[in-house]
Design a binder for this molecule. Structure first.
Ligand code: PHE
Ligand code: FE
Length: 299
């Protein structure tokens, strides 16, 4: 007999007028916890141990402490139903298991209802250091700890509601908002009294970028400014050329609290900045040496 394996159902791409788009998964499923293989659990253990050792002193205190509050460990892939007991009581959020990337508006609707979609399958052993699409390790280890922080939890829910609204306004508004997600939730840095710390999920779930984002001389580190961020292209295929630094989750939440419709209107047709541009209006914490930057176009 064959055991059902927890191997990923690969996201397939189809060509449309807008280029290649993933064949999105839309189903919310049960996390098939008992079907994880020994290899799946070993991949989790390896990634968990690596980041658990690397992140104290690099990730923000809230991230490290909240990981502990969940009782996540290297021993096994966590069960969403167990995490949900802790999470729901703390901030009203709930994890839902999904097969992969969701269509934008579906994703925003879930967030606005405080449901965080987590890809249930985990990467293969040969993908420890890089995987093109989000898997369980990125979604769970990277995103979920900060959902225990009340202010950050409110920010992500407000972001979801803002996404539903931006989708009605138009494509450009959505792109502005996607950049905000990218440079905060995925690749954000936080200024603390002890120095710069990581809070972005794309960084904390990557060994090499956890080090690079803080310690490399190559990237820019620039103080967060909402409109500046919404106008900045980003890289999806390499380390970031620029990281934006917030002062606190409170200040991030406050900056994004006002109605953004007038901002979208103002930014319409305004050209975007390159991923590595530094402007005279920027508050620059570190000007990147640009070493090792890819020369091809940013997105
Ligand atoms: N206040 C924003 C709006 O009117 C919603 C939002 C909140 C967007 C947080 C992004 C982040 O669109
Ligand atoms: Fe993510």
């Amino acid at each position: 007999t064959t055991t059902p394996s927890a191997s990923p159902r690969r996201v397939e791409y189809r060509q449309t007028d807008n280029g290649f788009v993933p064949n999105y998964a839309t189903e919310v499923v049960e996390q098939p916890w008992s079907s994880y293989t020994r290899t799946d659990n070993e991949v989790w253990a390896t990634l968990f141990r690596r980041q658990h050792e690397l992140l104290p002193g690099r990730a923000c205190r809230e991230f490290v402490e909240n990981m502990g509050r969940f009782g996540m460990g290297a021993d096994r892939i966590p069960r969403f139903d167990e995490l949900n007991k802790v999470l729901h009581r703390a901030t009203g959020w709930e994890l839902i298991a999904v097969e992969g990337l969701l269509p934008e508006v579906t994703f925003f609707e879930h967030l606005s209802m405080r449901r965080f979609p987590v890809t249930w399958w985990i990467r293969k052993p040969e993908q420890l250091d890089y995987i093109a699409e989000p898997d369980l390790f990125h979604d769970l280890f990277g995103h979920v700890p900060l959902l225990l922080n009340p202010v950050f939890a409110d920010y992500v829910a407000a972001y979801g509601a803002g996404g539903v609204k931006a989708a009605r306004i138009g494509k450009e508004a959505l792109l502005n908002l996607a950049r905000l997600y990218w440079f905060t939730v995925e690749f954000g840095l936080l200024r603390t009294d002890e120095g710069l710390r990581i809070y972005g999920a794309g960084i904390v779930s990557s060994k090499s970028e956890s080090i690079y984002s803080l310690e490399s001389a190559s990237p820019n580190r620039i103080a967060f400014d909402l409109e500046r961020v919404m106008r900045t292209k980003y890289r999806i295929d390499s380390f970031q050329k620029t990281y934006f630094v917030i002062d606190s989750f409170e200040s991030l939440f406050e900056a994004t609290l006002p109605d953004l419709a007038p901002t979208y209107a103002r930014l319409r047709g305004v050209p975007a900045f390159g991923a590595g541009d530094v402007l005279s209006s920027d508050r620059v914490l570190h000007r990147g040496s640009r070493e090792g930057w890819p020369n091809d176009a940013d997105f």
